[in-house]
Design a binder for this molecule. Structure first.
Ligand code: ZN
Length: 377
């Protein structure tokens, strides 16, 4: 390690120390990190100058005498923006370095493959920035989450069937966005938001139950991308041989039986209405739900057998699952070959609202925090 590396490492250490403690004095830092006071002072001055930490707060000196200055963590020193593009909506979000939502805007807007729509994406970004008078120098970037298989390395949609975005590149989507951008598969974004927020779970399978079914393999706090084309596309595991027609062209895919529309198609495409009718004891909905859970239990068992890790139920249906976990667990347990209780590995998602947009934005936050010495310091 050369002198430059050591300097950067010390700066990182000091920054993450303050991030963890939220507030610390120069003396605490020097003592706990075993660094000299001049080293600490020099780095603190730099971090304050960069706007990464604050230096205003005075703390009481227990020993009497002058109050030492405390340095404080600034969670919104940098922020990231996430866009979630669906068939009928554009959702935008701003999150800070702790994943807190600063602002969220939901817009009903049908997807179209044309320049006008790309302009709308640019406008959505401007609108959310303006709505909170965001200091633009804080913006790390804008992540765009889309349905469809995404080549994350090269940044384009390999296969877009849910919306017409086949072959579209990140540059195309960001034609009217003047910040660094990245393109992310929507299921990966929501899965990432779960693992990023959790301190206990490091490996999991995120099961995304939206209008189409997707998934995301989470390995060591990261998304496992496969070899560049896809991974975790459980929507097209065969559930029922020669079963119902899937949009992919095959028959009997899991997607056909576990997508959210299987439920909402009984209530005029309104999933909330489905669940409120179910709660009120509507018999038709109960039948539909019971059948749905049977299929879901089959799918969960397959996934558990494959990965042997925590399975998180996410997406639109996952957000409603909490109250129905005992029922689902019962069905999963009846199928398990090893007699294990699914309560130990099957959980509903924590992030019930806008996990796609949030997770997308968190990719920029995560990259920033991992690479902090190169990026700013
Ligand atoms: Zn399929």
């Amino acid at each position: 390690m050369n002198i430059f590396d050591i300097k950067q490492k010390n700066r990182d250490k000091i920054y993450f120390y303050i991030r963890k403690k939220k507030m610390a004095t120069k003396q605490d830092i020097a003592y706990d990190l075993q660094l000299s006071l001049p080293t600490v002072t020099q780095n603190l001055e730099y971090l304050v100058e960069q706007g990464m930490i604050g230096a205003e707060c005075k703390v009481a000196n227990k020993a009497g005498g002058r109050n030492p200055v405390a340095y404080s963590y600034i969670s919104d020193a940098k922020v990231a923006i996430g866009l979630d593009i669906t068939r009928h909506h554009i959702k935008s979000i701003i999150v800070d370095l702790d994943g807190n939502v600063i602002k969220y805007i939901y817009k009903r807007q049908n997807y179209r493959r044309d320049d006008e729509y790309l302009k709308l994406l640019g406008e959505a970004v401007e609108e959310i920035i303006e709505s909170v008078k965001l200091n633009r120098s804080k913006i790390l970037g804008v992540s765009i989450a889309v349905p469809g298989l995404v080549n994350h390395e090269e940044g384009y949609v390999i296969q877009g069937r849910v919306i017409d975005n086949d072959g579209m590149s990140c540059e195309e989507f960001s034609k009217y966005i003047s910040y660094p951008t990245r393109l992310i598969h929507d299921s990966y974004a929501s899965g990432f938001s779960e693992i990023w927020m959790s301190t206990e779970i490091h490996n999991a399978f995120y099961f995304s139950l939206c209008d189409s079914v997707g998934g995301c393999v989470l390995l060591n706090d990261n998304v496992y991308l496969g070899d560049g084309l896809y991974s975790g596309e459980v929507g097209h595991l065969n559930l029922i041989p020669d079963g119902g027609q899937c949009y992919c062209g095959q028959k009997g895919c899991l997607d056909v039986y576990c997508n959210a529309e299987v439920l909402s198609s009984h209530t005029d495409c309104d999933l909330n209405l489905f669940f409120s009718k179910l709660e009120q004891g509507d018999e038709e909905m109960q039948k539909v739900w019971d059948q749905y859970l049977e299929h879901l239990a089959m799918a969960v068992t397959d996934i558990r057998m494959l990965f042997g890790c925590t399975v998180i139920l996410g997406g639109y249906v996952g957000a409603h699952m909490k109250a129905y976990m005992p029922l689902l667990c019962e069905k999963v347990d009846a199928r398990g070959p090893f007699g294990e209780s699914s309560k130990s590995f099957l959980i509903p998602c924590e992030n019930e609202i806008e996990s796609v947009a949030t997770g997308a934005a968190l990719f920029f936050v995560d990259e920033f925090l991992n690479d902090i010495s190169k990026e700013v310091l």
